[in-house]
Design a protein around this ligand. Structure first.
Ligand SMILES: Nc1ncnc2c1ncn2[C@@H]1O[C@H](COP(=O)(O)OP(=O)(O)OP(=O)(O)O)[C@@H](O)[C@H]1O
Length: 316
């Protein structure tokens, strides 16, 4: 089945996209929907299928099954037209360390058969300006910081006008400062109206800039949606700290609170739609003394960990 007729609202849309390597289903029938204008965080542990998906999206490898469209163009039928407006950073362009950032971009621009040589200088200056590298344009590549090197790679992807930017793990291997630089840059590109698909195995690194996320686990897309949608799927938990736990547990059970559990002087449960003020009034009415009363909503990190089993890297 081809992607839906209303494809214009998605910069990228796949239907049952799959890639099998030998006996391994690296990508196992995924329906990716990247809304136009979004910053879509494509998340998942190493080996979960993100790069394979991105390679299929960009026509670098042939899917085993499924369909997809990019910027409204069915792939691979309209590959050339679609990719004209797509910038990508997968393994990163090979830069020459002894050449300046500007000279490197000049070489890449000249190598693009579609680029107009007479407007090359303007394109290169604009791309350097966009990634904040104009002041360092004449510096040798090897003197660039990690963040600057990655920003130059993004500048290379921006040598032509783009509606969609696909970045595969652009913060991988960067120090915290470099990560901040890439994050800031993605934010400014998104503000200019470019849809950004950015993959990472660390939610914490890209969460602040994403409007949407999709989570891969073992080749499957196990969650997808806007950050708000995904947050709202998280079950809230009622937490009561009290010197009267026995009594509190009885009151909560009577109110119909789900999964009431006692652990020392802490009583927990799932409040469902029961308003907090009704719960606290019932506890007070029964003479339960409260040290802490809270309804905690698990964070997006909790959701990511529960979906993927991934912990968080602690950087020294
Ligand atoms: N060309 C290939 N031949 C055989 N297996 C492959 C090939 N490319 C990827 N795989 C396998 O497919 C699975 C998914 O790999 P993929 O690189 O897409 O994951 P990923 O989520 O991008 O992880 P990473 O961040 O480590 O690249 C892995 O088990 C990988 O070993």
């Amino acid at each position: 089945m081809p992607p839906s007729a209303d494809s214009s609202s998605y910069a990228v849309e796949t239907r049952d996209l799959a890639k099998v390597f030998g006996s391994q289903r690296a990508v196992d029938g995924i329906d990716l929907q990247v809304p136009t204008g979004s910053v879509y965080g494509f998340l998942g542990p190493n080996g979960s299928g993100k790069t394979t998906t991105i390679r299929m999206l960009l026509g670098l490898i042939t899917p085993t099954a499924g369909d997809h469209q990019i910027l409204g163009h069915p792939m691979p039928a309209e590959l050339t037209t679609a990719l004209h407006r797509v910038g990508s950073l997968i393994e990163g362009p090979a830069f020459h360390s002894h050449l300046s950032g500007m000279a490197n971009l000049r070489r890449l621009d000249a190598a693009d058969a579609r680029s107009d040589a007479s407007t090359s200088d303007q394109r290169i200056h604009e791309a350097l300006d966009r990634v904040g590298l104009k002041p360092a344009a004449g510096k040798r590549f090897r003197a660039y910081s990690l963040g600057m090197k990655q920003r130059l790679a993004i500048a290379a992807a921006l040598l032509a006008p783009r509606d969609l930017l696909v970045l595969d793990e652009p913060t991988n291997g960067l120090d915290p400062q470099g990560t901040r630089e890439v994050r800031h840059l993605v934010g400014t590109l998104a503000a200019d109206g470019i849809t950004v698909l950015i993959s990472s195995h660390l939610l914490a690194e890209i969460q602040q800039i994403c409007s949407h996320i999709g989570v891969m686990r073992a080749g499957k897309l196990v969650a997808q949606g806007s950050i708000d949608e995904l947050r709202s799927t998280q079950t809230a938990q009622l937490v009561v700290h009290t010197p009267d736990p026995e009594q509190a547990a009885q009151v909560l059970a009577r109110l119909g609170i789900g999964q009431v559990q006692r652990d020392g002087d802490v009583v927990t449960g799932t409040p469902g739609t029961e308003p907090p003020e009704r719960i606290s009034a019932a506890l007070a009415g029964a003479g339960v003394r409260l040290r802490r009363f809270a309804i905690d909503r698990p964070s997006l990190e909790d959701l990511y960990v529960s979906l993927t089993g991934e912990g968080f890297e602690v950087r020294s």
